[in-house]
Every structure is written in C-alpha cells, then in structure tokens.
Design a protein around this ligand. Structure first.
Ligand SMILES: [Ca+2]
Length: 150
C-alpha cells in the first residue's frame, strides 16, 4: 500500500519543484523588464545610437548630449554599411537608447536643442524606421521623463 503511494508523492514533489523553477524564471524575467537600462538593444551599453535607415544600417554612437549633428557621420558599421559616412544631420531614421543609467534621449528639430523636440526614446528602448526622426539636428540626454517616448 505504501509502495503504491510513494511514486505519487515523488511525482507531486517533482511537479512542485518544477513550479518553483518556473516561478524563479518568471521572477528573473520580471527583474529584466523592471530594469530597462540593461535591456538588449541595437546599441552598445552606455550609448545612444542613431541609424541611417533600420537597425542593419550604418550608425553613429553618442555618449553624451550633442548640440549639433552637422559634424557627425554614420561612421559605425557593426550591423551594416548602408549609409556609411553619410552625415547624421537631418538623416536619422532609427534610434536606440542603451543608457547605462537612466537617461532619456531627446531629439530636437534644430541645433542647440531648439525648434521643439521631435521624439524621445526611453532608457533601454529603441525605434526603427521613424519618419519623424529624419529632420533632427541635436540630442539632449535627461533623467526626467518628457512623456510620450518610444
Ligand atoms: Ca555633433
């Protein structure tokens, strides 16, 4: 009688262990989601990347705010050469934020952060093929959430 019950108890315990494992896996996933700064993006950790076209085109990496895109080129070709050495100013089509802290990327129409913010990207987020990004000419990093960011 006890021999017949034992396998059931063992299976039940294994099921419990599997459930605990699943819960642990979900908890890990939750931590990743709650920490967008560590999310995997098409940009290196600590940088704010802009792309000539999609994520598979040439990019330029910004580490800090930049008041003027006219002297910057899509000089990084880790993911693709399309648009290589084209100027960044009025030419961005995609953007990725891989801040190592919690900076929002804010893109402005004109140089020196003027002319109005065209769009922004949250920490750990990115946006591909965004027509509204094209005319941007400067990038400001801020820890305050401007709202409405990708
Ligand atoms: Ca510049």
């Amino acid at each position: 009688m006890s021999m017949a019950l034992r396998p059931r108890w063992t299976r039940s315990r294994r099921a419990l262990a599997a459930t605990a494992g699943l819960a642990a896996a979900l908890a890990v996933g939750g931590v990743v989601t709650a920490s967008p700064a560590s999310a995997d993006t098409n940009c290196e950790l600590g940088y704010h990347c802009v792309f000539y076209l999609g994520y598979d085109s040439a990019r330029h990496l910004y580490y800090n705010s930049d008041p003027n895109f006219t002297n910057d080129q899509f000089d990084n070709v880790r993911y693709g050469t399309s648009g290589q050495n084209q100027y960044v100013n009025d030419n961005i089509y995609s953007a990725s934020n891989h801040t190592s802290t919690s900076y929002y990327s804010r893109y402005y129409l004109n140089i020196n952060y003027t002319g109005g913010m065209l769009f922004c990207v949250k920490p750990g987020s990115e946006i591909e093929d965004l027509a509204a990004a094209v005319p941007s000419s400067s990038l400001s990093l801020t820890t305050s959430n401007p709202g409405g960011c990708y």
